[in-house]
Design a protein around this ligand. Structure first.
Ligand SMILES: [Mg+2]
Length: 397
């Protein structure tokens, strides 16, 4: 049987936000740095050494590492750094699949004659990211995406690790189960409770046993990964199927007016991204999470595709109104909006503006002001004096 070589690179910047801060301020180098405030958005490896982790509360992080230096996030600097790193990726190979702003898969199998072995290409990529962007990046190299990602996780920080095709199970099986994609704290605890701590132990279980322990989807997924089954290829330029944004609300009760204001801000965000991607949507989805962590979605499909803020907002408001009895009864802890049924903007005839409604020129003007002066430059009156929530940089849609 033909076995292809280890030609997939998983390239992942180390402690991305914190590394950008250390790059731009020499006083932060070699010291524990926390980016964020109320919540840790990123921690340098010096801070991680003390147990500081992303998404931890700022208070807890400072108890673990009292001498940490806390800096506010500079999202525009991270966006710029991400763009520069993706330029290096695309100079390396045309086959780049972005996963997030600091992470991508690269297929380099066809480049052997002109650029060398995958290991040589990976080493050069790391040197180039450091030289051109000034940031440390770790690269895992393997035959599958899953193994390449596991390899970069193991090699962090500032490392390079190749998993040869004939050494895959030897690499995978001794690793802790937490290294498997999709194993979070809850799944790890379930496995630990049964004395299962390594991937090899997971591989020794029948699929039906895992399904019984973890449920159907999760059990099958882990069974496949532990046996090193991952047929996915690197996919270039894969278009998103939806564009979404959400906001956690905490546990305190929320009035309808407050929820409507948050909803409007979310709609502003997603429609702006929709227009920036030159796309239109037909379906508006409202996502809710309740106090008991149950989630529901409600959706509305428009008669015609649109990129108009007001039309999307009207649909979202209607969905919220219909969901209010449920919200009042169960308490809402997260609200989100997603736009789906996406199409290219020039692929469909857009609806003309309704009489008396502002045309797309208002949206265009607002987008332009925000692109130039930042998201906070313009806001809705209903949101004045409210915490806008954190808007993190994303890959282009
Ligand atoms: Mg990263």
């Amino acid at each position: 049987m033909f076995v292809s070589g280890a030609t997939i690179l998983h390239a992942d910047l180390d402690s991305f936000y914190a590394s950008v801060e250390q790059r731009d301020d020499p006083r932060l180098r070699g010291r524990p740095v926390i980016v964020g405030g109320g919540v840790v958005l990123a921690a340098s490896y010096e801070a991680k050494h003390y147990g500081v982790r992303t998404a931890m509360s700022g208070g807890r992080a400072l108890r673990l590492c009292p001498h940490a230096i806390v800096v506010p996030p500079r999202m525009s600097a991270y966006s710029a750094a991400s763009k520069a790193v993706f330029e290096v990726f695309r100079d390396t190979t045309p086959l780049v699949e972005g996963i997030s702003i600091d992470e991508a898969f690269l297929e380099v199998g066809g480049l052997r004659k002109i650029a060398g072995t995958p290991e040589e290409i990976a080493a050069r990529l790391r040197a180039e990211v450091l030289e051109r962007v000034g940031l440390p990046i770790t690269v895992g190299v393997a035959r599958t995406k899953f193994l390449a990602k596991v390899a970069s996780g193991v090699a962090k920080p500032d490392g390079l690790l190749v998993v040869p095709p004939d050494g895959e199970l030897e690499f995978l099986h001794p690793l802790p189960v937490e290294r498997l994609w999709g194993v979070g704290r809850v799944t790890a605890e379930k496995l630990h409770a049964r004395g299962i701590t390594t991937v090899g132990q997971v591989a020794a279980l029948a699929e039906s046993t895992l399904v019984g322990m973890l449920g159907r989807a999760s059990g099958r997924h882990l069974h496949a990964l532990a046996h090193n089954v991952d047929p996915r290829r690197v996919r270039v330029g894969q278009r998103r199927r939806s564009i979404g944004a959400q906001r956690a609300l905490g546990r305190s009760p929320r009035t309808r007016a407050e929820l409507e204001a948050f909803l409007a801000a979310l709609v502003d965000r997603v429609t702006r991204r929709l227009r920036a991607a030159h796309r239109v949507c037909r379906t508006v989805v409202l996502r809710l999470r309740f106090a008991d962590f149950a989630r529901v979605t409600r959706s509305h499909t428009l008669l015609q595709s649109t990129d108009d803020t007001q039309l999307v907002l009207d649909a979202a408001r209607r969905l919220l109104r219909e969901a209010m009895p449920m919200i009042d009864e169960r308490g809402v802890t997260l609200i989100g909006v997603a736009l789906s049924n996406l199409d290219r903007e020039n692929a469909v005839q857009l609806a003309l503006p309704f009489p008396g409604e502002p045309a797309g020129s208002l949206d265009a003007a607002v987008d332009h002001v925000r692109d130039r002066f930042g998201t906070a430059a313009l806001t809705r009156a209903a949101l004045l004096g409210r915490d806008p929530g954190i808007s993190v940089p994303l890959l282009p849609d």
